[in-house]
Design a protein around this ligand. Sequence first.
Ligand code: NAD
Length: 351
Amino acid sequence: MKVIITGGAGFIGSALVRHLVRDRDWQVANVDKLTYAANLDSLKSVSSAPNHRFFPADICDASAMDAIFADIEPDAIIHLAAETHVDRSINGSAEFITTNILGTHVLLESARRYLSNLDASAQSHFRFVHVSTDEVFGSLPPGGFFTESTAYDPRSPYSASKAASDHLASAWHATYGLPTITTNCSNNYGPHQFPEKLIPLVILNALEGKPLPVYGDGRQVRDWLHVDDHVTALTRVVEHGRIGETYNIGGRAPMENIAVVEAICKALDTLRPAQHPRRDLIVHVEDRPGHDRRYAIDPSKIESELGWRAERSFATGIADTVQWYLDNESWWRPLRDGIYSGSRLGLLTPA
Ligand code: NAD
């Protein structure tokens, strides 16, 4: 299997690349513009593998994308490249519109041109997997769950840009017959996540004895999935997903943000005991504008149709993740000390 992965130097993309290169022996062409969120250190274990090629390119560059399609002749593209941080999208939305919407449009058109040069049999094998988020659905009332037929109601510049890209992918299937499949996944956590996101931020602030600011009452609910479970879901979708469909991916682990923060404090207190319990560092701060109250995914469709199920419980996954950050200071220290320290909040921001 030959695949193009966009955004393969980011958090989820790099986990996917490592899995496909090392565990599946797929030929992977990794396309990434290397924004602040990318980290080539996350690809160290595969950088010299003969089945991994890295292309430093912008998905908005149509001629570069055409050249990569022509060079690789892929069986599939898994499109993850995006601007992803909600708080950054509130402060400045332009990059989000450019990469998430226009960049997706460039890739859909590039894939269409590539397919038009293939014979019918090669065309029928090709898949365009568009990776998206549950944030496109907006905020849920208590007790509800997002299904594949939930109406879109994006409420931040980030989720609006992702919603637009989802609509482009499904329209390119309906109008041009491009074999697209869209996935909408809940919040991911795990190793190699950029430390502006909730879980690594809490781990590292707590480790350094810094305040753990929590938005509002901290009772916003998010559904957490370990990144390696997302990776197996995406692999299953590429191999067995039905063209034109969407699949919700989630770990059946909805939790209040405050409970997540407390779980991290507890794990750290066990793994690296401190003088005072880390939960004493929690401070409540003014809520984020337009902050969605509750996200929860119903993953029944991917579970029953594709036989996928999240394997890691939150308790196991979070303990492993805390341990990974303790063991890998050389990965996160430059990010903490550099670019990231200039970001807006230093607050706890759910994905
Ligand atoms: P990330 O911010 O860690 O990585 C994004 C990657 O995309 C970076 O390596 C960046 O350099 C690259 N990129 C950005 N703009 C680009 C451009 N114009 N051209 C080429 N590369 C570009 O993001 P992530 O958390 O790994 O998320 C990956 C995808 O999964 C995104 O599409 C996101 O919307 C989706 N998603 C994320 C989560 C989550 O919890 N992190 C949940 C559901 C869905």
